[in-house]
Design a protein around this ligand. Structure first.
Ligand code: ITT
Length: 192
């Protein structure tokens, strides 16, 4: 089954394709020739994820899913949240990470979670799937794998950051993999 994944983030596409296996052929926005900047103006992950699939359904009439993810830091009242990709005002992750570290200076509670919400639109039906992973923000970047805030996030039960894990290791526990596992479970049953 072919599904459009409403992303142009190659890391995310690769992570998710690895999880869904060959049964689902994922197409990115580039693959379907969509170069539009799909609006992401919601104040929740759910609203943003749904905006992506609503857009693709209305413009291309395809079966599709889209996710919105981000980092919620307790001591920052859930920031950067839906603003994770542009927390500092730009998509420059060096600046975004610097801002997080700066804002956390002197804070005792460094607990945080990554969250993903997936919106799926398939054959006229709307569904949502959620995944979260709890952890903490460390003081300095460690590791070179992954993307985004991976170098400063240690998941609970581990002593290394997401950026020190292989993709396979991260996928066993990540917010995105949990949400995708629910999506895949749903699709497998849906097809029967
Ligand atoms: P698309 O909207 O094109 O899919 P994006 O980069 O904006 O790509 P998300 O909305 O899923 O991706 O995530 C927003 C930001 O949250 C992302 O740019 C990262 O900074 C951060 N983030 C999300 N998932 C992450 C992960 O697994 N590891 C590290 N940072 C992550």
């Amino acid at each position: 089954m072919e599904l459009v994944f409403a992303t142009n983030n190659a890391h995310k596409l690769e992570e998710v394709q690895q999880m869904v296996g060959d049964k689902f052929i994922l197409k990115s926005l580039n693959d379907i020739g969509c170069t539009d900047d799909i609006p992401e103006t919601g104040v929740t992950f759910e609203e943003n994820a749904k905006q992506k699939t609503d857009y693709l359904v209305s413009k291309y009439n395809v079966n599709c899913f889209g996710d919105d993810s981000g980092l919620e830091i307790k001591a920052l009242d859930g920031e950067p949240g839906v603003y994770s990709a542009r927390y500092s005002g730009s998509r420059d992750m060096e600046k975004n990470i610097d801002l997080v570290l700066e804002k956390l200076e002197g804070k005792a509670d460094r607990s945080a979670r990554f969250k993903t919400i997936i919106s799926l639109f398939v054959n006229g039906e709307q569904h949502f799937f959620e995944g979260t992973v709890e952890g903490r923000i460390i003081n300095e970047r460690t590791g070179t794998e992954g993307f985004g805030y991976d170098p400063i996030f240690i998941p609970n039960g581990y002593e290394k950051t997401f950026a020190e894990m292989s993709l396979e290791e991260k996928n066993k526990i990540s917010h995105r993999s949990q949400a995708v596992a629910k999506l895949v479970d749903f699709l497998n049953n849906y097809n029967q």
